[in-house]
Design a protein around this ligand. Structure first.
Ligand SMILES: C[S@@+](CC[C@H](N)C(=O)[O-])C[C@H]1O[C@@H](n2cnc3c(N)ncnc32)[C@H](O)[C@@H]1O
Length: 225
């Protein structure tokens, strides 16, 4: 599905979130930068917005890798990385988050923006992200969510479930993808359940923060042996 929508993903993404995603990404990147990482993995990096922003926020010595399962999303990312002259700072890898091709303990921080809700097996993906973290490393997950307040939730449902699929269809010709996207948010576990899943997968010191009245959520966790 992401292969199909790749060429228009960025335009749609910024339109759908009215650009608030940039602010959310900056918040997530601050969490990553706080551990002063030498090596960072951006899982489900897509067209690379978070990976590129990470590269700008972190010192040159930091090794940054983006991995995604969709070759066409990565193709768009490659173009952006090249046009920003960041080819020497970012490694781009095609791969499955649920079977990461990196040795245990490879990264000081692993981050995933708007990716985990798309995993076929959520727990497997989280365990993999934990496996490739060094002991003491940090996991930072940014994900869309249903807002908590009743009125906002109603408005959100109208926008996300009815308006957005039509806009998406006009932009991309692929209505089913834009029906899938909101459904994946509605079906994603709420904060208590997702926190429990993270803990079951071996994450410690799990924190959670609602962003923009719960339109997105930022989770952080540590990996300790
Ligand atoms: C909504 S996009 C988010 C992309 C990017 N992180 C961003 O912030 O714009 C979700 C991405 O998850 C990727 N994805 C879904 N399942 C995956 C998996 N099992 N392994 C790696 N990437 C996956 C898709 O290919 C897509 O690029």
């Amino acid at each position: 599905m992401f292969d199909d929508i790749a060429p228009r993903y960025d335009a749609f993404n910024h339109l759908a979130s009215m650009n608030i995603d940039r602010r959310w990404r900056r918040r997530a990147i601050r969490e990553v930068a706080a551990v002063k990482p030498e090596a960072v993995l951006d899982v489900a990096c897509g067209t690379g917005d978070s990976t590129i922003a990470l590269t700008r926020a972190l010192p040159e010595r930091c090794r940054i890798t983006g991995v995604d399962i969709s070759p066409r999303m990565l193709k768009v990312m490659e173009g952006k990385v090249a046009s920003e002259g960041l080819g020497n700072r970012i490694s781009i890898v095609t791969g499955d988050a649920e079977n990461l091709d990196f040795p245990d303990g490879s990264f000081d921080a692993v981050t995933c923006a708007f990716g985990v809700r798309n995993f076929e097996n959520l727990e497997k993906g989280i365990r993999e992200m934990m496996r490739v973290l060094k002991p003491g490393g940090k996991l930072v997950i940014l994900e869309l969510s249903m807002p908590s307040g009743k009125l906002l939730r109603k408005l959100y449902e109208v926008y996300f479930l009815h308006i957005l699929p039509r806009v998406g269809k006009r932009l991309s010709g692929n209505e089913s993808a834009f029906r899938y996207l909101p459904a994946s948010v509605v079906n994603f576990p709420g904060k208590e359940k997702f926190t429990a899943i993270l803990q079951d997968c071996g994450c410690t010191s799990v924190t959670h923060r609602a962003l923009s009245f719960g339109l997105a959520r930022l989770y952080t966790a540590s990996y300790s042996l």
